[in-house]
Design a protein. Structure first.
Length: 334
């Protein structure tokens, strides 16, 4: 069969992710593939915080268009960037095993959030992270930080920020470990974004061959958990750029089996926890809850948890959250 064309963004992290899938396709399925680099809207607009750009699919739409036109065969995404609703004719064929799901505190001078000086400048591109930082330290000044991982690290190096927050998975994948202080933040302090640290592989729904072979790369535990996370956000009618944190994980992480079929059956009675937070970017008000459920009912309970948030005013809170640009410190220019 001719080589598959893998669509990917051009950052170092995106290329790592695409090459990881390319290598797995060859090692596990003896399927050749080549990369095609695409620049998305989110890559082009770098002087405005993501949430202010608005819209869904900031990092996926151009790849979706190429998939629908048949110019590429599959697209590799960070799952947290993939909109809940995909364009008609496309599907998530698999979700890969998660890396470390936590966010990471990075600084040259300070060892933790608690040791930052008063009114410290902390860079983040995420309203979710800003909200939780302000909940921990109301005096922290959260400033917009756009660009790829290397660009953000260079801005930290320049002294523009006292610290920055990045996803730990990306740092590990790129082998970045040179900073004086790189401290993963426990989920009790910083709930991740939906799908964080997993990859989502998208293809045409009609391409039955590709759907079948990509399914062999699917990680069942990760798929169960991230589907629950995506259901929580779907029910709230949220997206990638709103201040929502949600994390689902197995209570007992000793998960192994000889085959996917045996594993899937064994997981049915195992318990997962789902923990979520939404709130205002200034940290002044937020809702946070945690529940446990059988993994076979994870999506149902994620929906129920979202309904509980809605009953407590979550949608109104999210609407208010998007009005906070000037008042809480995310700069509109870098």
């Amino acid at each position: 069969m001719k080589p598959l064309i893998i669509g990917t963004r051009g950052s170092a992290l995106a290329l790592w992710q695409a090459n990881y899938i390319k290598q797995r396709l060859w090692d596990e399925l003896q399927q050749e593939s080549v990369l095609q680099i695409v620049k998305t809207k989110g890559d082009k607009i770098l002087d405005v915080p993501l949430a202010k750009i608005g819209g869904k699919g900031l990092f996926t739409k151009e790849l979706d268009d190429l998939l629908l036109s048949g110019k590429i065969d599959l697209a590799v995404h960070s799952l947290k960037d993939v909109p809940i609703e995909l364009p008609k004719g496309l599907k998530l064929a698999c979700i890969t095993k998660r890396e470390d799901v936590r966010d990471c505190f990075l600084s040259h001078k300070f060892s933790s959030i608690s040791t930052l000086p008063p009114n410290a400048k902390v860079g983040t591109t995420s309203l979710r992270r800003a909200m939780q930082l302000k909940a921990l330290r109301q005096d922290i000044c959260t400033l917009s930080l756009r660009g790829n991982v290397q660009t953000r690290l260079a801005k930290l190096d320049s002294g523009a920020y006292d610290a920055i927050i990045l996803a730990n998975a990306g740092l590990k994948r790129l082998g970045i470990n040179h900073l004086a202080y790189m401290v993963p933040l426990e989920i009790t302090d910083m709930i991740p974004a939906m799908g964080q640290a997993a990859l989502g592989i998208e293809c045409r729904e009609s391409d039955s061959y590709l759907v079948e072979i990509l399914g062999k790369l699917n990680d069942i535990p990760t798929s169960i958990c991230t589907q629950a996370e995506r259901e929580f956000v779907r029910t709230l009618d949220g997206g990638c750029q709103v201040p929502i944190g949600v994390h689902c994980a197995f209570v007992d992480e000793t998960l192994s089996a000889e085959s996917n079929e045996v594993l899937e059956s064994a997981l049915q009675e195992k318990k997962v926890y789902i923990e979520a937070i939404i709130g205002l970017p200034n940290g002044a008000r937020f809702l946070r809850e945690r529940i446990c459920a059988k993994s076979s009912q994870a999506v149902f309970y994620a929906n129920s948890l979202a309904q509980s948030f809605i009953a407590q005013g979550a949608k109104e809170l999210l609407k208010e959250a998007m009005q906070f640009w000037d008042s809480f410190g995310i700069a509109t220019k870098e």
